[in-house]
Ligand binder design. Structure first.
Ligand SMILES: Cc1cc2nc3c(=O)[nH]c(=O)nc-3n(C[C@H](O)[C@H](O)[C@H](O)COP(=O)(O)O)c2cc1C
Length: 214
């Protein structure tokens, strides 16, 4: 594909407004509202969020995860505690998240601090996962180099046999992460690139809201 072709791909984002008057006082309530609207609109992967982190050298990285819960204002997702992201979170707990729902021309940008959830919460979530997902959590640590697909499938078969008719316990190398958000930005795409953007930042116990230029 030539660059000329790429440059000609463009869309308008519609005329659904986002006004200050329509914003919720609490940004989490606004996020929950938009999530709900994305689910109702049957957005593809409405709970998918991009997680950005940096490594010990300050080099950035990103990957998608699925939001699984919101508890005490913390956004929770599950992953492997020996993965690349786990190493990066340990080196620097500052993260950024991003939701994008193209069906609604909406983006939410968040910044905050990540930490592991209480083990009991991970146990509870793990117990409710499909057995196949539980088995996969017992495989070689996520993000490690493996020799082949065949190696993984063989490992999976062995674990399947080993845990036949038994309750699979959560491996300690797998669990939840929670993000305490301290900045939110809600972006509503509009025609002619005249988008609506509102940023919430913490001001003591409250949140201040500002409109940003598109
Ligand atoms: C839509 C989507 C959802 C995903 N959800 C998760 C998830 O909830 N947890 C997870 O560990 N990986 C998830 N992944 C895989 C991650 O993007 C990533 O490949 C993996 O976590 C390893 O990342 P790391 O090497 O940075 O640790 C998902 C990928 C996609 C595309």
């Amino acid at each position: 594909m030539s660059t000329r072709e790429l440059a000609s791909i463009r869309r308008e984002y519609g005329q659904r407004p986002l006004t200050r008057a329509s914003l919720q006082t609490e940004p989490l309530a606004q996020l929950e509202l938009w999530l709900e609207e994305a689910i109702v609109a049957q957005a593809n992967e409405p709970t998918a969020m991009l997680v950005a982190s940096v490594d010990a050298q300050g080099c950035p990285d990103t990957r998608w995860v699925l939001l699984k819960n919101i508890v005490e204002e913390q956004l929770i997702f599950y992953s492997n505690y020996q993965s690349r992201k786990a190493e990066q979170f340990a080196a620097n707990s500052h993260v950024a998240l991003n939701f994008y729902w193209p069906e609604l021309s909406r983006q939410v940008r968040l910044r905050g601090l990540v930490s592991q959830v209480a083990p009991e919460l991970s146990d509870h979530y793990f117990a409710g996962r499909p057995r196949g997902s539980q088995l996969s959590a017992l495989l070689s640590p996520q993000s490690q180099v493996v020799e082949s697909r065949q190696f993984l499938e063989e490992q999976y078969r062995q674990l399947d046999t080993q845990w036949q008719d038994k309750t699979i316990p959560r491996p300690t190398s797998w669990g939840g992460y929670q993000v305490q958000v301290n900045e939110y930005e809600f972006w509503q795409g509009r025609d002619n690139r005249l988008h609506d953007r509102f940023r919430y930042t913490r001001e003591g116990q409250d949140w201040s809201v500002e409109r940003l230029a598109p």
